[in-house]
Design a protein around this ligand. Sequence first.
Ligand code: CP
Ligand code: NVA
Length: 304
Amino acid sequence: MTVRHFLQFKDFSRAEFEYLFARARVIKDKFKTYETHHPLFDRTLVMVFEKASTRTRLSFEAGIQQLGGSAIYLNTRDSQLGRGEPIEDSAEIISRMSDLVMIRTFEQEIIERFAAHSRVPVINGLTNEYHPCQVLADIFTFIERRGVIEGKTVAWVGDANNMCNTWLQAAESLDFSVHVSSPPGYGPNPELNAITDNPHVRLFDDPMEACRGAHLVSTDVWTSMGFEAENEARMKAFADWRVDGEMMKIAAPDAVFMHCLPAHRGEEVTPEVIDGPQSVVWDEAENRMHAQKALMEYLLLGRV
Ligand code: CP
Ligand code: NVA
């Protein structure tokens, strides 16, 4: 039997996403009404972290417990992963003692190699290239607030990082548009993203123009984890790519603002926007848990 993984957004079909969004709704409603839901009773999730996390750890650990299972946390600092044990060997071992693995690491290639040697499904909890669980939760949040994402426009302002790459994949899968505006040298990597002749992507020099008419405006930190050495240069380069009230005004009147968090108020976004009425950042964070519960249930049990 082939093991399914969720390593990039494009690993799942549109029909699968539609199922997951509907299932996340059911699972969230059960949580809100204190209805016990233990389809993963006795199952074990191993969470491997090579980078820091608040939301990802919390949402996966609380999520698997609420599904009746349990979680084990490993990090590079105090496991053999940090002492050079091959990733392939780690995958063999970890996947023999668990039912599901979530990994947050550096290069995408690391998680791909892990998955190739894993007996159980592997979930990407963030790599340098992608953050598919966050975009899954963000689109669920958009659907919750605005109904459908198909045909809508998402403005991405700032670094064309793991979040941006994932939005670009999601636009293809779910048929919406992404308007990207990044400082020179920080735009989408054409080796990862089909950006030329792609009806789902438009690139803008001016962030205001990227936001014009958008239904969702999103940004992220100027310096992602693993890129700290570039921080000083990035602070200068990104100064005009801060989401502010003017950008939200030029967006559609009912536009929402999203940020995967953690945020730096006054850098990539002004306090008036992230703490303002169009911001849905707390829903996004909470929805990580509901969306990932649907994902874990699906990877282990299929459609229920
Ligand atoms: N958004 C997100 O993945 O947050 P953490 O880094 O806290 O997990
Ligand atoms: N782009 C950010 C997201 C953090 C959740 C990073 O990779 O650090």
